[in-house]
Write a protein that binds this ligand. Structure first.
Ligand SMILES: Cc1ncc(COP(=O)(O)O)c(C=O)c1O
Length: 414
């Protein structure tokens, strides 16, 4: 896949998608395991100055300077645009990162699954909006039990029968549960905008054990449109019917305090959607090869609003064959193979993560001769599913491990 505006993927990579000061590190490495690192930590914090290059691999790392910069950037831009930030925790699944987002001014987080919401709440995260409907009796009951313990929990709904079931479960739990209508953009989920959505909102409004809070309208398809102008047009046009729905709900006296959607690709234009209350940015904290390829507002084909903070450190296992290297990070470390992972500092390398346990690199040019045991650092194809593969993420500053954070809701996909 050659990103638009570039004659080759190599040119795209060289233009800044995978540039970095450092490529790997000296010396024989110890390869500290996750349990050794956790044992050396005081809570989540390390005082020892362990180098990230000395971690056992594959190791999921986040550059804390870049992470903090990304959180601050979204918060600053959206605050200036007078919309709130409600980051989607499906990206990081990590209570420590949710805390940073809330401390920076986010009004709450979003969650995709009830188990994710439960796990984050158990770690003290309270303001949350579950953006997916709950399709089973068990999930509905769990969501309402969670709402009972956490008054700051909001549940999405997109079917009338589901709203009635939620209302029954809320009544049984002795609560009045906050609900938003998930209004479809495209055909993934949600109820179509217009009369269908308004009728559902009216139904929710009449059910005594539910409290209508507004609507969600997330346009996943708009986020990765290549080129800023095309992305902006798609994001705004795609929500025109939703704006009419929002206005009709408002005119009918229904609560529309929440009109939420948008993501990393459209965060900076979403305030142009009339009535929009907040943006559900997710990937912005980490970035990935998919997002780097969508292009910046200034025409740069690399999307530079946010810095790629998330990496996987891998180890070279085989260097025997000319123009090839094998690493220990394949599909089980990186999930997708398209787009290809980016090798930081090595724009001449093509990284194939198509094999379960191995990454296969082919190259005509490399910055050095790689030995067995050498480390390489990768920008992942798509951040969310990669994070879900790891028990912990190492937070680094200047290549030193500063914190080791559990991925609180890792594997919580139900
Ligand atoms: C409902 C919803 N909101 C927000 C997001 C975050 O989007 P992004 O990672 O593009 O910022 C997602 C991602 O899939 C989503 O499904």
């Amino acid at each position: 896949m050659t990103p638009i505006g570039f004659s080759s993927r190599r040119a795209f990579l060289a233009a800044g998608a995978v540039s970095a000061a450092s490529v790997w590190i000296p010396g024989p490495v110890h390869g500290y395991s996750a349990s050794e690192v956790r044992a050396a930590a005081d809570g989540e914090r390390l005082q020892t100055g362990l180098s990230k290059w000395d971690l056992d691999t594959p190791a999921l790392c986040v550059d804390l300077d870049k992470l903090e910069q990304n959180i601050a950037k979204a918060q600053t831009v959206l605050t200036r645009n007078q919309v709130a930030v409600r980051p989607h925790a499906k990206t990081h699944k990590c209570a420590a990162i949710a805390r940073l987002q809330l401390a920076a001014g986010a009004i709450g987080i979003c969650t995709a699954k009830v188990s994710e919401a439960e796990a984050l709440f158990a770690q003290g995260i309270e303001p949350m909006c579950m953006t997916t409907g709950n399709p089973s009796a068990s999930k509905i009951r769990r969501a309402m039990q969670l709402r009972k313990r956490n008054p700051h929990f909001i549940q999405a709904v997109d079917y009338a029968a589901n709203a009635r079931d939620l209302a029954d479960a809320a009544k049984a739990a002795g609560i009045v549960a906050d609900v938003v209508i998930d209004v479809a953009v495209g055909t993934r989920s949600g109820i179509p905008p217009g009369d269908d959505a308004i009728t559902l909102a009216k139904l929710v409004d009449t059910l005594p054990s539910l409290k209508l809070r507004g609507l969600l309208s997330y346009d996943g398809g708009a986020q990765h449109v290549t080129g800023f102008a095309a992305r902006k047009e798609r994001a705004l046009k795609g929500l025109e019917e939703h704006v009419r729905t929002y206005e009709a709900m408002k005119a009918a006296g229904l609560n529309t305090e929440i009109f939420s959607g948008g993501g990393t690709g459209t965060y900076s234009v979403q305030h142009l959607t009339p009535g929009f209350s907040d943006v559900q940015v997710g990937s912005y904290i980490f970035m990935d090869m998919q997002y780097l390829a969508i292009g910046s507002e200034d025409g740069n084909p690399v999307y530079k609003d946010f810095a790629p903070s998330l990496t996987v450190v891998a180890t070279v296992l085989n260097n025997r064959f000319p123009g090839r290297l094998t690493t220990d990070a394949g599909a089980k470390a990186l999930t997708l193979n398209v787009p290809r992972a980016g090798v930081i500092g090595e724009p001449g390398m093509d990284y194939n993560a198509g094999s379960d346990e191995f990454g296969v690199i082919t190259f005509t040019e490399a910055s050095k001769t790689y030995k067995i045991g050498d480390r390489l650092e990768l920008i992942v194809p798509h951040c969310d599913p990669v994070v879900n593969l790891y028990d912990q993420i190492y937070g680094t500053r200047n290549d030193r491990v500063e914190v080791v954070w559990p991925i609180t809701a890792r594997g919580k996909s139900q």
